[in-house]
Design a protein around this ligand. Sequence first.
Ligand code: ADP
Ligand code: ZN
Ligand code: ZN
Length: 726
Amino acid sequence: MVDVLRIALPVPLPQLFDYLPPEGCPAVSPGTRVKVPFGRRTQVGMVVATANTSTVSTPQLKRVKRVLDATPLLDPELLSNLLRSADYWLGAPGEVLFHALPNVLRKDRPWPQTSESWWCLSGQGRQPKAWSGRRGRSRALLELLSERERRADELDLCLPGWREAARRLRKAGLVETRMVDADVAMPVAVPGPELTAAQRTAVEAVGKHLGRFAPFLLRGVTGSGKTEVYTALIARTLAAGRQALVLIPEIGLAPQTVQRLQARLGVVVDVLHSNLADGARARTWLRARDGQARVIVGTRSAVFTPMPQAGLIVVDEEHDTSYKQQEGFRYHARDLAVMRARHLQVPVVLGTATPSLETLANVASGRYQRVDLRERIGAQRQPPRAEILDMRGQVLHHGLSSALLHALDACIGRGEQALVFRNRRGYAPVLTCHLCGWFAQCPRCEKPMALHQGRSRVVCHHCALESPVPRDCPQCGHAELFRQGHGTERLDEALTTRYPDIPVLRIDRETTRRRDAFEDLLGPLADGRPAILVGTQMLAKGHDLPHLTLVAITSIDEGLHSLDFRAGERLAQLIVQVAGRAGRADRPGRVLLQTHHPGHPLLQTLLHRGYHATCEELLVERRALTLPPFAYQALLRAESTRRAQVDAFLESARLALPDTSQLRVSGPMPAPMPLRAGRHRGQLLLEADARPTLHAALRPWRVALGNMPDARRVRWSIDVDPVDLY
Ligand code: ADP
Ligand code: ZN
Ligand code: ZN
């Protein structure tokens, strides 16, 4: 009987690979990285399990060449949850495991230094008699630290080999480390405001579950102080000697969140997101794995953070679709966070003012508990409700009605700040010829290209193709092209002209490309002097902009026309979130909503009866149509430069499905965007009333698809629980 190692390799195949352990090293624990021969190359793999037998006969089994980690890199919880999530979202196990690792650790390289910590003497180590019997390096280290505390890299320089001594002295209780981030000094905790009764109730409700799995929806209107609730819960978690993970939807929110938490908690808060430099990301990840990082804030991919001493997981703005990865391994970070919380036996708090219908359904079925913060902090108890501005027949100035402009004038006149919301970047969505009807069109997507005036380019927002702006009409030679529609750039220009004396700040993907740009841009708002913010939905995501008193939503009609069954939910969330930026200080806020469809039922319900009532209606509709969350979907997408190849593949894929009435199949059909970046796109939608039914069909289907000759001619993927059908 031999021991066999089951190894995951970063290849797009659903199976694991069997190897013999390296000579003289029979026990390699799961979670350890190894180097193995694979085909003609060597690969870094991850041991996932050990077994007594293999389906491959022993003489053919190859041997692991080298073990890369002295202790497993992934602990059993993270390893098993990653494998479970690979199974759920149909990722290849090896790809999922390696995707979860920071880049640096995917390769055969030494671990980066994690110790940005400073070494110092402990209370005991400062007693001279405690030093007796310590000689050599230990003595030298004690002496160095008695002068002052020192960083690891400094000790590397002045006392080579100090680590062994430090380990011994730490064990004896003579030295300790103090965590100090490279360039952030240890913040000092400042006491927070006294919690309101509602906040205290929320903290109690969750807090009494610390130490066991309990999922919560924290439903709090915008400005109700959810962050203070998280903070109080994190403080309790830290006091219990445990780690906390906070997921946020947008990198731009990280500085604000980190500052608030650090100030309150008095510990260094670590940040993890995919924009970090490789080294820094790996360092923080390893610090979390060592238990050095106590509080970790991060975007979607931070859900893969190892947490050996986990105590709490928070998912802020749980409804945000950025938690769903839209390419490669299409996991949902919120759902994975709940999955991890269950196995870590910790509470998980999903916070938002606008819960997703999925989460509301989980509350209704009793799987999640709900805690409410019904009122705002401060004088304005309720967030402002939007007032409709009927645009029909109005004269518009750059898309803005005169009623809207009057409200802006008044707001600025009172010395206050305003937000003008427009969910389109660029100057104009379409550049067209008034004479012959030509318009700038992306040849690869067959959609209009947006004019970006400042950069003198037309840009395809679907595939990012750019080209120079033509001077005259390429079709008829007419000397003037018409800029149709309004993007944030155009509103920026129009408002700057109208209000030359106050700052007009534009926030969209173009202006915030640079790291930290967000914070810099919002800087001028801090002192509360008049300013106008123009921006896209990036601004809908939980920014605390306390001085805004007017929010103007210039158009939402695209959302009302969308065919996506989630469009109503999205639009309601967007309106409530954007509106929620107004009136946070002690001055009342006003929200204006321009539309050509003032009587639309969704708007009527939302404005008169609120978000919750809207969701109830939407849920009734979804149930009647057996759509999620009352059904479970998976979407097979395929694309190729040739339409026929897409059709052939999807047709074979359909035939490979089990013939059961429990599975509803729609398609093959063209994707809502049938052409993108020069590739034809099609899809096949699977629906079932029960999750197990869907997964029972998906697993063998995926294997069958992988073996299809037609599959080699297309790019395909399966999206489990897709958040949009594009
Ligand atoms: P939310 O995340 O629910 O939108 P925030 O946590 O951003 O709300 O809180 C809104 C504002 O109210 C913040 O400026 C915050 O500092 C303040 N705040 C929160 N809780 C309290 C409290 N108990 N007393 C006074 N101010 C508070
Ligand atoms: Zn023309
Ligand atoms: Zn394009």
